[in-house]
Design a protein around this ligand. Structure first.
Ligand SMILES: O=C(O)CCC(=O)C(=O)O
Ligand SMILES: [Fe+2]
Length: 212
């Protein structure tokens, strides 16, 4: 099931004004177990330029992981900008800072790192997981994702599925913002499933210190 616009509570109007990075347009959906997800459609300005800069300038790395007795390719390219590193487009830095300001009261700390994933086509994906390395496994936190390029689905499901909680899907389109918050990383899992056909998509995940 896709998100209906009507399922979202309008967020309190922000003081950010009508220009780009308007955090007043972000809408929240409460999930179970104290998890929630915020969505801002077409939120990121300069999305075409940002996509181009990301594809061109990020030092993309292919990873391989041990799977039982064999090494398998991780089906996407990755790179993480650590604290203090310059991001490949100024709009990404402006976005991170706007998100830090918007969520300051609720999050209590800035977004610091920027994880980048490059999904080259529909075969690239990320399997079900929570971002539970570091404090996300024990504390409420946030992971803010901006998505550029072809739309892909972010699927979310409660970790304990015997309680009847069904999974939901948020389509992440070009320039969209999706923030997973509250207990989402430890009580829910998320995935970007493979699809029959898709063009390139890059996601940038802003995280606080010690959340991965
Ligand atoms: O690409 C995305 O939007 C999600 C990526 C993700 O879940 C992760 O890197 O932890
Ligand atoms: Fe994740």
């Amino acid at each position: 099931m896709d998100f209906q616009a009507t399922l979202f509570e309008p967020a309190p109007a922000g003081a950010d004004g009508p220009t780009g990075l308007d955090t007043g347009r972000i809408e929240r959906r409460e999930l179970s177990h104290g998890a929630w997800v915020d969505v801002g459609r077409s939120w990121l300005p300069d999305a075409d330029e940002v996509l181009e800069a990301l594809v061109r300038e990020v030092p993309w790395r292919a990873e391989r992981r041990q799977m039982y007795d064999r090494l398998v390719d991780v089906p996407r390219l990755v790179h993480t900008y650590m604290i203090g590193e310059t991001l490949p487009h100024p709009t990404l830095e402006a976005a991170r800072d706007a998100l830090t300001a918007h969520y300051a009261a609720e999050l209590g700390e800035p977004f610091r790192t920027a994880g980048c994933c490059y999904y080259r086509d529909g075969r690239d994906s990320v399997a079900w997981h929570g971002d539970t390395i570091g404090r996300g496994s024990t504390h409420d936190t946030m992971v803010a994702i901006v998505s550029v390029g072809d739309p892909r689905k972010l699927a979310l499901r409660p970790r304990e599925r015997d309680e009847g909680g069904e999974s939901i899907v948020v389509t992440m389109g070009h320039g969209d913002l999706v923030v997973m918050g509250g207990s989402c990383q430890r009580t829910w899992e998320h995935a970007v499933p493979k699809v029959a056909s898709a063009g390139p998509r890059v996601s940038v995940q802003f995280r606080p210190f010690n959340v991965f």
